[in-house]
Design a protein around this ligand. Structure first.
Ligand code: SAM
Length: 249
């Protein structure tokens, strides 16, 4: 995925936005994010909570989850207000994780922690602070996208990118309980993104009875977010992964 910068440029709500990086590969670097979050207080990538609220709720209802969500993890949370907005809307035990120290410090100041709302410094490819099956719901909005800027040829992606995306999915699956839901929002086309989310890039989980790769133990559906192709620009996609069993590793 090579166009992370251009999609967000048109969405940008703030004139104090730092200049776009000279290379898209900056989005995969911690030093870029640390510097950016030092000056930029809030920025919403792709879509905001009001755009996504009904998608999140419908996906969880379809999985029989809505009334039983008691713990939520947002990975690569950045300085988006998605997690504070979800908490304000009634979600409980919401943890937002990012690997940028300046991000977590800034968000703690803007949206103070409570017993049920936390900001955590951590790596979404190695979720060491969390137990297996700790969460009912794990959300990624534009976080795997940051890894993908080094993907190269989408038909023959870089092997380091495949490895990082696999580590991320394994870790998310590990901390998600069976019956729980992983949701991802991205502008990546399903044809390409599904392979990462199912383990189809040479996954070790093999194919299930319907011929689909299912390395991470979840059933995957995707849908475009309706009506968001505002400027003839990109559609965004909503990926729902309902965990049915533990992954195969
Ligand atoms: C494109 S931004 C999306 C931010 C936010 N989720 C949103 O939708 O506005 C990508 C975010 O992922 C974070 N990130 C990238 N790699 C990460 C990693 N390995 N672990 C945790 N966070 C990471 C970056 O610091 C950045 O905040």
């Amino acid at each position: 995925m090579s166009s992370l910068a251009s999609t967000t440029d048109t969405n940008h709500p703030s004139s104090s936005h730092p200049p776009l990086p000279s290379s898209n590969s900056a989005y995969s670097r911690l030093d870029y994010w640390n510097e950016r979050f030092t000056s930029e207080k809030q920025f919403e990538w792709l879509l905001n909570y009001s755009d996504l609220k009904s998608y999140i709720s419908h996906a969880c209802t379809r999985a029989g989850l809505n009334k039983t969500i008691t713990s939520v993890l947002l990975v690569g949370c950045g300085n988006s207000t998605l997690s504070p907005d979800m908490y304000s809307d009634g979600y409980q035990n919401v943890i937002s994780l990012d690997y940028s120290t300046s991000c977590i410090e800034s968000m703690k100041l803007q949206f103070p922690e409570t017993d049920n709302f936390k900001w955590v410094l951590g790596d979404m490819t190695n979720l060491v602070d969390f137990k297996a099956a700790q969460f009912d719901l794990v959300i990624d909005k534009a976080a795997m996208d940051a890894i993908m800027v080094e993907e190269g040829d989408v038909w023959n992606p870089d092997t380091n990118v495949i490895d990082m995306a696999r580590k991320m999915c394994r870790e998310i699956s590990r901390v998600l309980r069976v019956g729980g839901m992983h949701l991802q929002v991205s502008f990546a086309q399903p044809h390409f993104r599904r392979k990462y989310l199912e383990g189809g890039h040479g996954g070790e989980g093999g194919v299930d009875s319907s011929g689909v790769y299912n390395e991470f133990g979840w059933d995957l559906t995707d849908e475009p977010v309706a009506g968001d192709n505002k400027d003839g620009c990109f559609h965004h996609f909503f990926y729902s992964m309902h965990k049915k069993r533990d992954g195969k590793w």
